[in-house]
Design a protein around this ligand. Structure first.
Ligand SMILES: *Cc1c(COP(=O)(O)O)cnc(C)c1O
Length: 407
């Protein structure tokens, strides 16, 4: 054996170091959240866990900007979808699904599974909800079959952000009594959302995106109008009433509490409170602008394109970028294997390998975003993928000009 060091080229990689999961959920978990969860099982009968759970309720309402109710479920976003629908719908009811990507279609499929009729307006994968079409659909519903309008604030598959306040406005204009139900799973704690001011009746979210906690709990916020529209689909387990007015602690969760998730979420909500929700929104807005600035430069040679053309309808939490098939998969693979950066897949798109997504939700700051952009830029060069120059300069200019005032 010679003591000469042998560099095996097949093992050569720049990926050692802290991996970075820049996908649109699960998001990066803060050390504070992980440390809060690193403990023995707490006493579930009394004491600290009970106090901590009670204290979560006002913080969860604050992050949704509501004074109404919030129920916590052990389950992911799909669980919250089903929980919300069962409480307000009866078999045979009609729901109006406003599809701007695959998530609202998925929520509608849950309603269908409960025996409801689904009426869908599909705006395709590159456009926001067109409010005039919603107005026409509601005006045509003379006998009031539609019991709920389902919309996604930010559709994670397309990275479109819908105008929820505008949606309420057209619902009010037609005088239609349907509930407005909104999925904020991708947007909560990232893109500005105002449940009460915008007149949202039911909102669902989950903990693993803007709320920075490992996947496993989800939430349904609802107002008095939604509570009054009690549906026959509701089952004992999904019923939100005992969860929001528990006589006994176990009723919060209809069984054993998700103990460690509660500790993690408590830490995460504490971080949001300490930063200030308006500042959280402003940070996300600025970092999203840096990504868009880079992507617009990459697009100059026709190689890449932001999926949503109008910045007013782009999410501050996730960005979908189109390329030539199969370059998106090649790029994602290169970024992960060579640099330790994992990008999001072209979820729900055809062909999927012509799209990738950057998750920029939650515990994300400027150096992380500059790292993501720099790594993508290196990947485009390494793989000889046509792209315009100047992307990192453009992103730097956005970060350098950071006057971070709430949007
Ligand atoms: C992630 C996501 C979901 C699904 O959440 P799960 O926790 O994976 O069930 C639903 N809607 C939107 C908008 C999402 O981003």
């Amino acid at each position: 054996m010679s003591d000469q060091i042998v560099y095996e080229s097949s093992l050569m990689s720049l990926s050692q170091g802290r991996p970075y999961l820049a996908i649109p959920g699960p998001s990066v978990m803060p050390d504070q959240v992980l440390q809060a969860m690193h403990r023995a099982s707490p006493n579930i009968y009394e004491g600290e866990l009970h106090d901590l759970t009670h204290a979560l309720i006002p913080d969860l309402k604050a992050v949704a900007r509501t004074v109404h109710q919030v129920a916590i479920y052990i389950g992911n976003g799909h669980a919250a979808w089903e929980a919300a629908l069962t409480n307000v719908l009866s078999p045979g009811d009609t729901v109006l699904v406003l599809a701007t990507g695959q998530f609202c279609i998925g929520w509608g499929a849950v309603a269908e599974g409960l025996g409801c009729t689904v009426q869908t307006i599909d705006y395709g994968p590159q456009s926001p909800i067109d409010l005039t079409q919603v107005q026409a659909a509601l005006a045509a519903d003379q006998d009031g079959r539609i019991k709920a309008v389902l919309a996604v604030h930010v559709d994670t598959s397309t990275s479109v952000k819908n105008d929820i306040a505008g949606l309420r406005h057209v619902m009010d204009k037609t005088g239609h009594p349907a509930l407005l139900m909104v999925d904020c799973i991708a947007s909560l704690g990232c893109d500005r959302f105002e449940m009460d001011v915008w007149g949202v009746d039911v909102m669902v979210s989950a903990c693993q995106k803007g709320l920075m906690t490992p996947a496993g709990i989800s939430f349904v916020w609802y107002n008095d109008k939604a509570a009054a529209q009690r549906g026959a689909c509701v089952t004992r387990y999904w019923d939100w009433a005992p969860r929001t007015a528990p006589e006994f602690y176990y009723q919060y969760f209809n069984g054993t509490a998700p103990t460690h998730h509660l500790y993690g979420l408590h830490a995460a909500l504490g971080m949001i409170k300490a930063e200030g929700l308006d500042h959280v929104f402003a940070r996300h807005a600025r970092l999203a602008e840096a990504i868009w600035a880079a992507a617009e430069k990459w697009a100059c040679d026709g190689g890449l394109a932001l999926n949503i053309a109008d910045p007013a309808y782009r999410s501050h939490a996730v960005t979908s970028i189109a390329m030539t098939s199969p370059d998106a998969d090649r790029l994602r693979q290169w970024c992960e294997e060579t640099c330790g950066l994992t990008l999001g897949i072209g979820l729900g798109r055809d062909p999927a390998d012509a799209y990738f997504r950057i998750g920029h939700m939650g515990h994300v700051n400027a150096h992380m975003i500059m790292g993501v952009l720099g790594t993508i830029n290196a990947g485009l060069r390494a793989l000889d993928i046509p792209h315009g120059p100047g992307a990192l300069d453009a992103a730097s200019a956005v970060v350098a000009g950071a006057d971070v005032t709430p949007p």
